[in-house]
Ligand binder design. Structure first.
Ligand SMILES: *Cc1c(COP(=O)(O)O)cnc(C)c1O
Length: 403
């Protein structure tokens, strides 16, 4: 068995960068050696309002002094309030709170299957998903994502997920059978490499689901809560799902997820059919409500769209100047991807040296996920550092240049 030397009691599941952060302020992360980094990794699209946002800190502190946890045996007013606000602002009528994205997906999958079951179709339990998808790391969600690298060695793949090529309508139609319950898709594949599903394709999915009696389930764990410049990414396509999984940005750094559904889709989720100990606990609800206080304010999302344009223009210049480093720019809002010519790890590493943090994604993409409240000056600072990083990669990869 090959293994790295035992230097840490922590599972060896993560390839961590050798840096330790002590505190954060907005878009900045400060390491234990005093170095300041512009944080465009954002805890992987989680720190939607940057670090230590005063309104979030205040909400968490105030709740911490009152009540942490009671369980779902009792009414939790903050939970009802957050559910009311989320259902008010979206297609949904019902919410189930979780601690993570994968759990929100588990709830979404169970809700879809249960809907078919209570509507006289117990045979309909299969869900069609797309190649390159990422839905989490539980046994069911790795089966839904279908990526061999995440499935290998973990026993039989959970039954009931049929994967088709990204964007392939013919394959999708062929995959739908008498046992199909739902279609599950990310409006933009995040981990998969910022691959954008067209509005036209999403509208086709909505029509197909309606025609076939299937539920449309969206995974907006990464794309949701303002990330693309709308409250949820599907709004750009003018459609609504039946069920939607949300997490990451909604907690701004506090573990929080939610499964949202229409009244009809959630009707089968009666007492005892699903549950959670921590989900919707008072601390998480206080933070979730505080995030919405900021995000649902008039004009908040305008900044996401403006800063997105600013970054895209800046990246377009870099695409021209460093064709040996960058081959494509993609994404919406502040969910942006830079496809690299060489390994994406090289640009991420040079970025860290230059003082800007970014996150890897599949398809050799580097993700830029700044806080949604970032200012124009902070974008400029981060992009200057990105430019330095690209120059660094360019200098260390002369072979590519002459090719
Ligand atoms: C991160 C992510 C998940 C999983 O969320 P966890 O909180 O890590 O369980 C699921 N779907 C998408 C699209 C994600 O980006």
């Amino acid at each position: 068995m090959s293994s790295s030397p035992v230097s840490s009691p922590i599972y060896g599941t993560f390839a961590r960068a050798d840096v330790r952060f002590e505190r954060g302020e907005g878009v900045w992360l400060i390491a234990d050696d005093g170095r300041r980094y512009v944080d465009f990794a954002g805890g992987i699209a989680v720190n939607s309002l940057g670090h230590a946002h005063p309104h979030l800190v205040e909400a968490l502190k105030a709740q911490a002094e009152k009540l942490w946890h009671v369980s779902n045996l009792y009414e939790i007013p903050g939970q009802t309030r957050l559910a009311e606000r989320l259902t008010e602002a979206t297609f949904a009528d019902r919410a189930f709170f979780t601690n993570s994205g994968a759990e929100a997906l588990e709830c979404a999958i169970k809700t879809a299957r249960r809907y078919q079951y209570v509507n006289g179709h117990p045979e309909r339990f299969r869900i069609v998903t797309f190649e390159g998808a990422f839905h989490g790391r539980t046994l069911a969600t790795i089966a839904a994502g279908g990526q061999p690298k995440y499935l290998e060695g973990f026993g039989p793949k959970v039954e009931g997920f049929d994967q088709v090529q990204f964007g392939d309508e013919a394959a999708l139609r062929a995959a739908i059978g008498p046992e199909t319950a739902a279609i599950l898709i990310e409006p933009i594949q995040g981990e998969g490499g910022i691959r954008v599903v067209t509005a036209q394709f999403l509208r086709m999915l909505r029509e197909l689901c309606d025609a076939e009696g299937l539920l449309l389930v969206l995974d907006e764990v990464q794309t949701g809560v303002g990330r693309t410049g709308r409250f949820f990414a599907h709004e750009w396509a003018g459609i609504t799902p039946d069920i939607m999984a949300v997490a990451k940005g909604i907690g701004g750094g506090f573990p929080l997820g939610v499964c949202l559904a229409t009244e009809e889709a959630a009707a089968g989720m009666t007492p005892g059919t699903h549950g959670t100990t921590y989900g919707g606990n008072p601390l998480a609800m206080a933070v979730g409500n505080a995030v919405l206080d900021v995000m649902l304010a008039d004009g908040f999302l305008d900044n996401v769209r403006d800063r997105s344009l600013q970054i895209k223009q800046s990246l377009a210049g870099m695409l021209d100047r460093y064709p040996d480093v960058v081959s494509d720019i993609r994404g919406e809002g502040l969910l942006l991807g830079v496809k690299t010519v060489g390994p994406n790890a090289a640009l991420i590493g040079e970025g860290r040296k230059a003082g800007v943090l970014t996150a890897p994604a599949g398809d050799n993409v580097v993700r830029l996920l700044p806080p949604l409240n970032i200012t124009a000056d902070e974008v400029r600072e981060g992009m200057e550092r990105m430019e330095t990083a690209m120059a660094g990669v360019s200098a260390t990869a002369p072979a590519l240049k002459s090719a």
